[in-house]
Design a binder for this molecule. Structure first.
Ligand SMILES: C[S@@+](CC[C@H](N)C(=O)[O-])C[C@H]1O[C@@H](n2cnc3c(N)ncnc32)[C@H](O)[C@@H]1O
Length: 258
């Protein structure tokens, strides 16, 4: 764990924030959530386009593929936490063939509005920190590219554990910085400079450009994978593993004890 990550723990060692306060965007921890909500609300209409440019292969196909690879099967009840415009939920409905088996949750009204354009599934407004579902309700829970927006990973993961059935599975998808210095340099130039510029020119939206700038800063400042694995473990998950695709796409898997 690096110093920056270590400093995010409080005296009792229980604060597991994935990011420091990013003063470039908001002044204090309490301002993070309203900032993030407004960010996604305002850029929702551009999200799918921006995601296509910035996801480095983690588009609809990859999302569906990773759900299958991670054990999503017909008959399961699936929760897509931080569903956004529903890219993961769409993949899940194609695997499960039953719209009622898939539920999407997101705090952003704007993102949910976009999701409703293509998805006929229950879409619930809420946050991972307080999931509005009964204990032991789902077989499979996925949270894609949202971990960086949580205030406290421990709170989020314990809530995920609560709503899973015994033996249920969690899958967290995230972007990770490449290990090689050259890869990191390329990634930085692309995400920090090139992508926001292309986004601004193509969408003519300052909100979409801001989303891309924030995207880069959250990836650059996110806690390292070891800490994410550690918090999954301390939250009560077992059988935890991390798979990495192309050095960039991380898949964190865990099971609720049977
Ligand atoms: C980058 S988008 C990911 C959307 C989708 N999962 C995907 O794979 O494209 C991140 C989403 O996380 C949501 N989010 C932010 N804070 C959240 C929280 N505390 N609980 C649940 N979702 C949150 C945002 O509203 C946004 O829709």
């Amino acid at each position: 764990m690096n110093d920056e990550a270590r400093n995010r723990h409080d005296a009792a060692g229980t604060n597991t924030a994935p990011l420091p306060v990013l003063k470039k965007y908001y002044e204090s921890e309490s301002e993070r959530r309203p900032f993030v909500s407004a960010l996604f609300d305002n850029a929702a209409e551009h999200y799918d386009w921006v995601c296509g440019m910035g996801s480095l292969g983690s588009g609809g196909f990859y999302r569906r593929w990773v759900l299958t690879r991670s054990g999503l099967r017909v008959g399961m009840k699936f929760l897509d936490v931080a569903t956004g415009t529903g890219m993961i939920a769409r993949g899940a409905t194609r695997i499960l063939h039953e719209p009622g088996a898939v539920v999407g949750l997101d705090p952003s009204g704007g993102m949910l509005r976009e999701a409703r354009k293509t998805l006929a599934i229950p879409l619930v407004q809420g946050t991972v920190e307080e999931l509005p579902f009964a204990d032991g309700h789902f077989d499979f829970l996925c949270m894609g590219y949202a971990l960086r927006h949580m205030a406290d990973l421990g709170v989020a993961f314990r809530e995920c554990l609560r709503v899973l059935k015994p033996g249920g599975r969690v899958l967290i998808l995230e972007i990770t910085l490449p290990r090689s210095p050259l890869g990191r340099r390329f990634f930085r130039v692309y995400f920090e400079k090139v992508l926001p510029l292309i986004t601004r020119i193509s969408t003519r939206s300052a909100n979409a450009e801001l989303l891309m700038k924030y995207y880069w800063d959250t990836i650059a400042h996110c806690v390292p994978p070891d800490m994410i694995l550690g918090v999954l473990k301390s939250s009560g998950f077992v059988g935890i593993e991390r798979r990495v695709r192309g050095g960039l796409l991380s898949e964190y898997l865990g099971l609720k004890p049977a």
